[in-house]
Structures are given as structure tokens and as C-alpha cells.
Design a protein around this ligand. Structure first.
Ligand SMILES: Cc1cc2nc3c(=O)[nH]c(=O)nc-3n(C[C@H](O)[C@H](O)[C@H](O)COP(=O)(O)OP(=O)(O)OC[C@H]3O[C@@H](n4cnc5c(N)ncnc54)[C@H](O)[C@@H]3O)c2cc1C
Length: 320
């Protein structure tokens, strides 16, 4: 079964989510390739080898410099046709989702998205996908080849196996219509620490904080734990915190090892975005808050007292 993983990169590093998917693919079979597309990206192949790729297809072209989907669709469609790749896996991101969807349309093939697992059942690949607002998992398959799959962010941790990959250079031919779009500007939000998609620890704040200024409580705890700050829709809608940090049905789906929910009621629309977290700790003054139903540890009390003490304790432990 020949598998290839689209490896997204940023500032000279392969993205953690893509490397996680690469590790998963490597656990399914030996014939795993990475696909690195961009401009000045040849050196990234070695990174892919260390994380499970046996082979890396590299296309280095000015048309691939901007993070635009269509030239990437050209390159991967050509690769699939020439090398007989049967399955292409993607770690979800804005770019990867566009590329996967464009490839499905171009090759008239099936794309399963929002997957949280994939397994080999007697030679048949079967994906796992949450459904009905994440209350059940369903098995999904493919009726066409190549099989395309897009995984939820943070689904798999990268596994460094220390291998070396054979590198094969590609020379994609670009369609006229694929190179018509140009990137005018790309703005990056200035932020400290990890993004909520990548963070192992998330401290999330809800309306229980009482005011936007009190987000500093959450920020300080996140800093002490080396984590990222997230928010509920209630506070994002109120303008207390940026939209990019919203977790839930209409926000981001996260799966950190630790999720600390401060003053969050635990509405189903919030739960669907964070229920893949390893350990959930909730701090809420209402003992009947729904969040306690899916928390591993609950603290009933006023967050304004508890959170600063918790931060102090973490800082003390770290310095001691
Ligand atoms: C279509 C749709 C999509 C939605 N998408 C999302 C989404 O993506 N993400 C999302 O989060 N929501 C989403 N929502 C909104 C969701 O239904 C909830 O309204 C929202 O999650 C509530 O946010 P909250 O927990 O911050 O606020 P609240 O529900 O108001 O809860 C505040 C909590 O803080 C506690 N509290 C108050 N004071 C203190 C204190 N001093 N100490 C400790 N605890 C305290 C209270 O007991 C309460 O449980 C969506 C809703 C709809 C209809």
C-alpha cells in the first residue's frame, strides 16, 4: 500500500501536525513517502526522514513559494499519476484543507476529512471520524483511488525514529489557471508561546472571568505551565479575547495533553472542540456546571482566588 503525506512547513521547519500524520503513516507500512513543496525547501527532506519517511518527494519551484493551493494540487496530481501513490494524507490546516479539496476535485476521488485515526483492516484502510457533534465515532472507507484523508489538528504526536529518507526531486508542470493567483500579503498575528493547535497545555477562560482584564489570570497560569490561552465563544463574541483563540463547534478543535477550563460552563458547542484533550481540569463556582461531567478533576470555587494560587504554586515548583 503506497502512502504519501503532504508535509507542510513554516520558517524552515516541518509542521508538527504533518510530522504526526507521517509517524502514523509509517506505523501502517514501510512504503511511506513525504511530499515537500515550496521554494528553497530541499533541506527539509532530512527532517522528514527522521520522522518516518522512507522517501521524500521534493518540488522546489518559485511557483510554490507562496502558500497557495492550486500549484500544490498540480504537483501532487502529477506525483500520484507518475508514481502510483494510492493514498495521500494531510494534517488539517487552512492550506492543507484547500489542497486536499482541490486534489479531490482534480482527480475525481474521495476525501475523508476530520479523521482522528486510520488503521489497516486486512489490507483495507479504514478511517475513524467523529460524528453527531463528536458524540460517536464512525468507520469510514474509500471507494476510489487515490484515497485522500485530512486529519484533525493535533491528532498524532510526531515520533522521531531517526531514519534517513531517499530524496527524489520532482519537476511539476503547472497549469496556466493554477498560477493566476498571487499572494498580496500574509500577516502573522504576534503572539508569545505555542499556538492552541500545537500546545500540549491549554488554559482556557470563559465568561466566569467577569471582565477582559481578568484574562491576565489565565495568561499567567498558561505562561507558568508553558501553555497557550484559549477562550469560549461567549468571551470572544464579547470582544474580550481574539477570535483565533476560540475553541468549539464554530472555533478550533484542540487536543492538548492538559486542558484547564476557568469559568467555563461546558456547553456542548464548547465541549466538541476540546473533548479530545488528555486531562481536563475545570474550575467553576457552580457545582452543577456541565463542565464537571467531562472533567477529570473539578475544583468548585471562585476562580479569582484559585487561579492566582495555582499559578504561584506552579511557579514555586518550577523554581524549586
Ligand atoms: C451554533 C452555535 C455555535 C457555538 N459555537 C461555540 C464555540 O465554538 N465555542 C464555544 O465556546 N461556544 C460556542 N457556542 C456558545 C455556547 O453555547 C455557550 O454559550 C458558550 O460556550 C458559553 O461560554 P462560557 O462557558 O464562557 O459562558 P457561560 O455559559 O456564561 O459560563 C460561565 C461559567 O462561569 C462560571 N463562573 C462565573 N463566575 C465564576 C467565578 N468567579 N469563578 C468560577 N466560575 C465562575 C459560571 O458558573 C458558569 O458556569 C455556540 C453556540 C451556538 C448556538
Amino acid at each position: 500500500m503506497s502512502l504519501a503525506v503532504f508535509l507542510e512547513h513554516h520558517e524552515g521547519e516541518l509542521q508538527k501536525g504533518s510530522l504526526g500524520v507521517l509517524g502514523k503513516a509509517a506505523s501502517l507500512g514501510d512504503d511511506v513517502a513525504g511530499i515537500v513543496l515550496g521554494s528553497g525547501v530541499k533541506d527539509l527532506a532530512a527532517q522528514a526522514g527522521r520522522f518516518g519517511a522512507k522517501k521524500v518527494f521534493v518540488a522546489d519551484a518559485p511557483e510554490l513559494e507562496a502558500p497557495l493551493p492550486q500549484p500544490r494540487v498540480d504537483a501532487i496530481a502529477q506525483l500520484v499519476g507518475e508514481k502510483g501513490v494510492e493514498t495521500v494524507l494531510f494534517a488539517a490546516s487552512v492550506l492543507a484543507s484547500d489542497v486536499a479539496a482541490g486534489l479531490a476535485a482534480r482527480l475525481d476521488t474521495g476525501l475523508n476529512w476530520d479523521l482522528v485515526d486510520i488503521a489497516d483492516h486486512d489490507g483495507q484502510l479504514v478511517g475513524t471520524r467523529p460524528a453527531l457533534e463528536d458524540t460517536v465515532y464512525v468507520d469510514v472507507g474509500w471507494t476510489t483511488e487515490p484515497r485522500l484523508a485530512l486529519f484533525r489538528p493535533g491528532t498524532f504526536d510526531p515520533v522521531e525514529s531517526g531514519g534517513e529518507a531517499e530524496v527524489e526531486e520532482l519537476t511539476p508542470a503547472f497549469e496556466d489557471f493554477s498560477t493566476q493567483a498571487t499572494m498580496i500579503e500574509q500577516a502573522h498575528e504576534e503572539s508569545e508561546g505555542p499556538s492552541i493547535e500545537d500546545a500540549d497545555v491549554i488554559v482556557a477562560g470563559g465568561r466566569g472571568l467577569g471582565s477582559p482584564e481578568n484574562f491576565s489570570l489565565v495568561e499567567e497560569l498558561a505562561k507558568a505551565l508553558g501553555g497557550a490561552v484559549a477562550a469560549t465563544r461567549a468571551v470572544v463574541d464579547a470582544g474580550w479575547y481574539p477570535y483565533a483563540t476560540q475553541v468549539g463547534q464554530t472555533g478550533k478543535t484542540v487536543s492538548p495533553k492538559l486542558y484547564v477550563a476557568c469559568g467555563i460552563s461546558g456547553a456542548i458547542q464548547h465541549k466538541v472542540g476540546m473533548q479530545g484533550s488528555g486531562t481536563v481540569i475545570a474550575i467553576n463556582k457552580d457545582p452543577n456546571a456541565p463542565i464537571f461531567e467531562f472533567s477529570d478533576l473539578g475544583v468548585v470555587g471562585d476562580l479569582h482566588e484559585i487561579v492566582p494560587k495555582l499559578t504561584e504554586l506552579v511557579q514555586q515548583r518550577k523554581s524549586g
